[in-house]
Design a binder for this molecule. Structure first.
Ligand code: FES
Length: 125
């Protein structure tokens, strides 16, 4: 099932980020010079909240616990100790409205490194 987060463009200034809880998912929405992006908030290393980290060079988020860095546009790991990337979500801007599609189809088995069962639960990956 897909859930939708809707906020206003005025909620997050350029260069800032904000965490939201949507249907059990913690998602951080970033407003960069290059646009809007949304990623899982939980660091794939040991679970820190990335919304408490620093935005580096306007394109990476640095984990506040051990310093892993992730590309905000792609979720890709840019530096250790994390080795798994972050899930990204589609962001659509319409006028003053920012909507984020939260795909909730997976069981979100927390035993796996990236928070996804890989289809083993029978979910629609
Ligand atoms: S919890 Fe993020 S780098 Fe360790």
């Amino acid at each position: 099932m897909t859930k939708q987060l809707i906020i206003s463009v005025s909620d997050i200034p350029i260069g800032a980020k904000k965490r939201f809880e949507v249907g059990g998912n913690n998602v951080t929405v970033y407003h960069l010079q290059d646009g809007w992006f949304a990623l899982d908030d939980t660091c794939t290393h040991k679970g820190a909240s990335l919304s408490e980290g620093q935005i580096i060079d306007g394109e990476m988020i640095e984990c506040p616990w051990h310093g892993a860095r992730f590309d905000i546009k792609t979720g890709e790991v840019k530096s250790l100790p994390a080795v798994h990337g972050l899930k990204t979500y589609q962001v659509v801007i319409e006028g003053e409205e920012v909507s984020v599609e939260i795909d909730d189809d997976c069981c979100k088995d927390k035993e796996t490194p990236d928070g996804c069962c890989g289809g083993q639960c029978g979910c629609d990956l």
